[in-house]
Design a binder for this molecule. Structure first.
Ligand code: SAH
Length: 348
């Protein structure tokens, strides 16, 4: 049987485990603090934990920690992209972005992805496995430790579909926002989904203050189906209803991500349909010129057309931002660095 993953336990659960090992409860608190506040890479770093307890822990628990396989730093904007090795040999990627208001990190929720979005590199080889809560936390902890700075915002927008790993996602959120841990404010956390409707509704009912970003990418069902297989399962009207429900339940402004793909979803008519779709929704639209991947022949929308698209939305009083294209020189888009690494390993 697999050992218990110590870093995925809540403080209450850890306390029970530690008591079960015949140790006093305060040791659980100390261990928890080492893992989730001081972000220790290993038991060896835990100076106030007796050697005998460290040994017991090694015997009873698994301690996840990520191995830095690569780090690429953008010469353009200081964005760093990390490739981390997991205990089972899989690799995942995470991104570190420094803004004027603080540091944002983008983390992966799965190894690979099974959603099949046509423009996305993460999904080309399908889903390998879900990430555990500890492995999601560890991406934040490892980058923070390596770069010696505190992270102020986390976006679950890396490889994988977080709503396809729902239980682990919820536990990750619980641990990240725990006052005994890193204590991140829920409002500083954003989860991005391709639109798994029942999960959006379930998350809404948790009444958390986290931000929801919905990958929309098209303003009618036919075009959305061309780009995103999930659109065959849930219609746009079902997705939009779920988003409205999320807003009703949480009061959080929604973000709609819209990757502009040259000649596919970037016309004036697309913008007009988008305006219609979003009327009376409290939201911001994040336009992302698609980052072309070599496995598909999509091209990005030219800058002037991006601006025209934005202007048209703004005329209808929709809030719009254009995603700053950070880290484009370092395989910035979802799954590109991991894919390059895997290809190099098999000699492609
Ligand atoms: N599965 C989740 C989160 C991961 S993808 C989701 O679909 O939202 C994060 C965002 O990046 C999504 O909006 C996704 O559609 C977008 N994305 C993926 N590959 C891209 C590319 N090559 N260019 C631009 N955006 C891309």
């Amino acid at each position: 049987m697999d050992k218990t993953d110590i870093k995925s336990l809540t403080l209450e659960e850890l306390t029970q485990e530690i008591k079960g090992l015949g140790e006093p409860a305060f040791r659980a608190k100390q261990l928890y603090e080492w893992m989730h506040v001081r972000m220790a890479g290993d038991y060896d770093d835990m100076s106030n934990i007796p050697k005998a307890l460290k040994e017991k822990c090694r015997e009873h628990f698994e301690y996840t920690s990520l191995k830095q396989v690569r780090m690429q730093e953008s010469a353009l904007d200081g964005t760093r992209k990390f490739l981390f090795g997991l205990a089972d040999g899989n690799v995942i990627e995470s991104v570190w972005m420094e803004y004027r208001f603080g540091i944002s990190v983008c983390i992966s929720s799965q190894v690979g992805c099974r959603m099949g979005c046509r423009f996305c590199a993460s999904t080309l080889d399908g889903l390998e496995r879900n990430l555990r809560p500890s492995e999601m936390l560890d991406q934040i902890y490892a980058m923070s430790r390596i770069l010696g700075k505190k992270v102020s915002r986390v976006v679950v927008m890396g490889s994988g579909e977080p709503m396809d790993n729902y239980d682990n996602l919820l536990r990750f959120i619980q641990l990240l926002t725990d006052e005994n841990g890193l204590n991140m404010g829920q409002r500083n956390l954003t989860v991005s989904t391709c639109g798994i409707v029942p999960r959006i509704r379930q998350l809404a009912e948790q009444h958390l203050q986290i931000n929801l970003a919905l990958s929309l990418h098209a303003s009618n069902d036919a075009k959305r189906k061309q780009l995103m297989p999930i659109a065959n399962e849930y219609s746009l009207s079902e997705v939009m209803d779920a988003c409205r429900y999320y807003f009703e339940q949480t009061g959080r402004q929604l973000t709609f991500e819209y990757a502009l793909v040259g000649g596919v979803n970037d016309t004036e008519e697309d913008a007009a349909q988008l305006i219609h779709l979003l009327k009376d929704i409290n939201c911001v639209v994040n336009l992302i010129p698609v980052n072309p991947i070599k496995e598909r022949n999509y091209t990005e929308t030219g800058h002037s057309q991006v601006v025209a698209f934005k202007n048209k939305l703004e005329k209808s009083r929709i809030n719009v931002t254009i995603r700053r294209e950070m880290g484009r020189d370092i395989d910035g888009a979802c799954g590109q660095l991991r894919r390059r690494h895997l290809n190099e390993q098999v000699g492609n």
